[in-house]
Design a protein around this ligand. Structure first.
Ligand SMILES: *[C@@H]1O[C@H](CO)[C@@H](O)[C@H](O)[C@H]1NC(C)=O
Ligand SMILES: *[C@@H]1O[C@H](CO)[C@@H](O)[C@H](O)[C@H]1NC(C)=O
Length: 438
């Protein structure tokens, strides 16, 4: 116990010292479909999903310092954090990561505020919650970007919630600009759903650029067999579907764990010549070992039924990170051999055209073209009058708004609501037909 107290005191002293002299990392910006540092060197993500505890892993400077050092050894330059508490102090953790050359991608949503695909909303309370997190993280130069959501659309039949993702993107970009933040990219992290490929990724970047995502992250667990390669893994298909993509695209989660040990050979494809002309790297899932067996480190043996301050769900959430081997070393080795230089900003003049907004497809993408987006607080409910025969060119579904100042919309928007989840295929087809009329 004495020794661990001493170690802790030592770490606290180091943490205090590093906070005082915290280096700030040069801010990364997005140009065309690439990320660049201020010197004009292209930036490729070598990232780790980092969420030790459900609500905010960026409050404990001592822990962040231990983890950031271990991540530097691993070769990581980015972490992805899913949930943070905007009222907490993040200075120590952000400095600890900056000192170790590590950027942060952070989600603006939280459990209570994310967009529910079955009853999508984009409302004042969400706007306030997202902007509170944006306010906090905008001041750190090692904030690489923010996510509007993670896998909001989790099933093929939830594509009609996409206008809400885009509305949130539109409003957070406008908020960033209004507040005078630097041009921190605002993007989305998508589940890899075969029926929605590539419609979702195209939809989020089509149409008016005021509404579009600044980057697209794909959570893909396709490279699952030890013998997989660029072709057999499915990555070639992903790559084909992303040709000409106008904004940075990367894997926001990857690292299938069904073949053990994990070899992470997909990193050779992503960061190597097969994909690095288009993709900006990957985030490996995940730092801490827990029940799902995706961990790269652990803070001690599984705790079974034990409970305690630093134990959650049977695993220690704090302590000295101990590599899970050989996985940790395997990832370290593939990252060490993949150091793409990419394109210099000075030699890069993007000539990229946004894709057209996708047409609806039977049993797949349910939005037809560039449907109007909901305004803040606007909720559309399907109603019997939403039939194509009843709707003239300029008629709209009823908008119920909690904010009387919110316009009810003159362009209409696709009907989305909880009602939809109970619809039969025939009624859903009517709704799609309606969308087509707009
Ligand atoms: C706003 O959205 C959140 C998240 O979906 C929801 O919990 C809340 O009830 C909504 N508030 C209003 C006033 O609709
Ligand atoms: C959506 O798909 C899931 C299965 O993927 C199914 O359980 C659910 O009932 C479907 N919802 C609708 C509205 O069809």
């Amino acid at each position: 116990m004495i020794s661990s107290t001493l170690v802790k005191a030592g770490v606290a002293a180091i943490a205090a010292a590093t906070t005082a002299v915290a280096a700030s990392l040069p801010a990364i910006s997005a140009v065309g479909n690439k990320f660049f540092d201020p010197s004009g060197k292209q930036f490729f993500i070598k990232g780790i999903a980092y969420q030790l505890i459900p609500h905010d892993p960026l409050m404990d400077t001592e822990q962040c310092t231990l983890d950031a050092k271990a991540m530097k050894t691993l070769g990581a330059n980015t972490i992805r954090v899913y949930h943070v508490d905007p009222t907490a102090d993040h200075d120590g953790c952000m400095a600890a990561f900056a000192d170790n050359g590590i950027y942060i991608l952070v989600d603006l949503d939280d459990f209570a505020t994310d967009i529910d695909p079955l009853a999508p909303t984009w409302n004042d309370s969400q706007y306030k919650a997202y902007s509170a997190i944006f306010d906090v993280f905008a001041k750190y130069t090692n904030t690489l970007g923010v996510f509007i959501g993670n896998e909001v659309i989790a099933r093929a039949n939830q594509s009609e919630s996409a206008p809400y993702i885009k509305a949130a993107t539109r409003d957070m970009k406008a908020y960033r600009d209004k507040k005078g933040f630097r041009n921190i990219p605002v993007g989305y992290s998508a589940a890899d759903i075969a029926e929605l490929r590539p419609m979702l990724q195209d939809y989020l970047v089509c149409g008016d650029t005021a509404d579009t995502a600044d980057f697209f992250g794909l959570n893909a667990y396709e490279w699952c067999e030890a013998g997989n390669d660029f072709q057999t893994s499915g990555y070639k298909t992903l790559d084909d579907m992303a040709q000409g993509y106008p904004v940075p695209i990367f894997f926001s989660e990857t690292g299938c764990n069904t073949a053990r040990p994990r070899l992470f050979l997909d990193q050779n494809a992503i960061l190597g010549p097969d994909m690095n002309d288009l993709w900006s790297g990957a985030i490996v899932y995940e730092w801490i070992e827990e029940k799902n067996n995706y961990g790269l480190i652990s803070y001690g043996p599984p705790q079974g039924e034990k409970t305690g301050t630093n134990i959650e769900d049977g695993f220690l959430r704090k302590g000295t990170p101990t590599p899970v081997q050989p996985d940790f070393s395997n990832l370290q080795a593939v990252w060490k051999t993949n150091n793409p230089t990419g394109t210099a900003k000075s030699a890069y003049t993007p000539k990229l055209t946004a894709p057209a907004c996708p047409k609806s497809t039977a049993g797949g993408w349910l939005l037809d073209g560039d449907v109007a987006l909901p305004t803040l607080n606007q909720i559309f409910t399907a109603s019997p009058t939403n039939k194509p025969t009843d709707v003239g060119k300029n008629q709209n579904p009823t908008a119920t708004s909690t904010d009387s100042s919110a316009p009810t919309g003159t362009n209409g928007a696709v009907a989305v609501g909880r009602e939809l989840s109970g619809m039969t295929g025939a009624l859903a087809a009517v709704v799609v037909g309606f969308a087509a009329l707009l």
